[in-house]
Design a protein around this ligand. Structure first.
Ligand SMILES: Nc1ncnc2c1ncn2[C@@H]1O[C@H](COP(=O)(O)OP(=O)(O)OP(=O)(O)O)[C@@H](O)[C@H]1O
Ligand SMILES: [Mg+2]
Length: 336
């Protein structure tokens, strides 16, 4: 549905060239929630804005539903852009217009008849849960409510694609989750393809199907969230993931009995997460273990677990335990 091919973007300011994007290629399928994560200045906003050509790439192709956007004339582009909604970190609402008027604004611009606008606005107010706030001004709303207005406005023209530029970065954790839930609901109900950019792995983990990691204008890693999150290949990806969990207590590890303790990382995915595989196996191999760190959570709808353990026992029994865990389909990595 969205294909970015070899996109580069250079800026020239005061005779100095900044390479904001360097040969970026991405493919987003219809109905996906695709997350792009990167540090500040990595090129996230520039990349997102090339999708609707708010930012024209210096080179490369932007194909949306097989239409090459860079070849469209002004009117054609305007028409195509109506089907791409966008929401922003700082909401970008009209401060002198009520909630209703903010949501109606794109429809008024598009020349929709008044009664139809009213019906559509009512529908959207219900969807985002703001019926009671319809006559308020943005200054009378909380951040979360403002973003709900932003979402309703972005959906007003019934878009196929929703672009989200750090939509939750100005919100507290609880409000962030409620906005993420709303975005997931919109994706499920209407099949709208969502591309979001963020610097928070929590956002990726909560709602995205796929992820691309951008660093210094280049995509350094991309794939299914379940794959990238559990088997990160690039240092930057690892750093984002590490932010979500406490570091392993290496000093505790050194204090464990035995001269060379085996620290093992066991990863569970899907239904495996809830099965007593480890206890079944150790019950006959005879090893014991200490947990150094553990997480059980979800990647969107998929349960997963990551357990760092030290096995104690005979070398052969430990090896057998690791072997059997692998046979039962778990990912086992001997860390040291
Ligand atoms: N209009 C511009 N003129 C010159 N340089 C620009 C322009 N817009 C962006 N850049 C540069 O391009 C690079 C990428 O910027 P971009 O805004 O895409 O980063 P970002 O990943 O969205 O960062 P943040 O998380 O801080 O929003 C930066 O080095 C930035 O300074
Ligand atoms: Mg940005």
């Amino acid at each position: 549905m969205i294909q970015l091919q070899n996109i580069s973007k250079h800026y020239l300011t005061n005779n100095r060239q900044t390479i904001a994007l360097n040969a970026v290629s991405l493919h987003v399928n219809k109905g996906e929630i695709f997350g792009i994560i990167g540090h500040s200045g990595a090129g996230k906003s520039t990349l997102l804005r090339t999708i609707n050509l708010l930012e024209r790439p210096s080179s490369g192709q932007v194909l949306i539903n097989n239409t090459e956007f860079t070849q469209l004339n002004h009117t054609e582009l305007q028409n195509k852009r109506r089907k791409i909604g966008m929401i922003f970190q700082h909401f970008n609402l009209l401060t002198s217009a009520t909630v209703e008027k903010n949501i109606a604004f794109p429809l008024t611009l598009a020349g929709m008849p008044k009664n139809q606008i009213q019906a559509r606005v009512n529908e959207l107010l219900t969807l985002v849960g703001l019926e009671e706030h319809r006559n308020k001004y943005p200054s009378q709303l909380s951040g979360g409510q403002k973003q709900r207005v932003g979402i309703a406005r972005a959906l007003s023209a019934d878009p196929d694609i929703l672009l989200c530029d750090e939509a939750t970065s100005a919100l507290d954790p609880l409000t962030t989750n409620s906005i993420l839930e709303l975005l997931a609901e919109i994706n499920r109900k209407f099949g709208i393809t969502i591309v979001l950019i963020t610097h928070e792995m929590h956002v990726i983990r909560t709602i995205c199907d796929k992820v691309a990691v951008i660093h210094a204008g280049q995509i350094v890693e991309q794939g299914l969230v379940t794959e990238v999150f559990l088997k990160p290949q690039h240092r930057v990806t690892q750093e984002f993931i590490d932010e979500l969990s406490d570091p392993i207590e290496w000093s505790n590890l050194r204090n464990q009995q035995g001269t060379s303790p085996h620290l093992v990382k066991i990863t569970f995915l899907g239904e495996q997460t809830y099965l007593p595989l480890l206890s079944e196996i150790i019950s006959h191999t005879g090893v014991t273990f200490s947990i150094m760190q553990g997480t059980i959570s979800r990647l969107k709808d998929t349960p997963y677990g990551v357990l760092h353990v030290i096995f104690h026992g005979e070398e052969r029994a430990i090896e057998q335990t690791i072997q059997e865990l692998k046979i039962r389909g778990l990912d086992v990595e001997v860390m040291q």
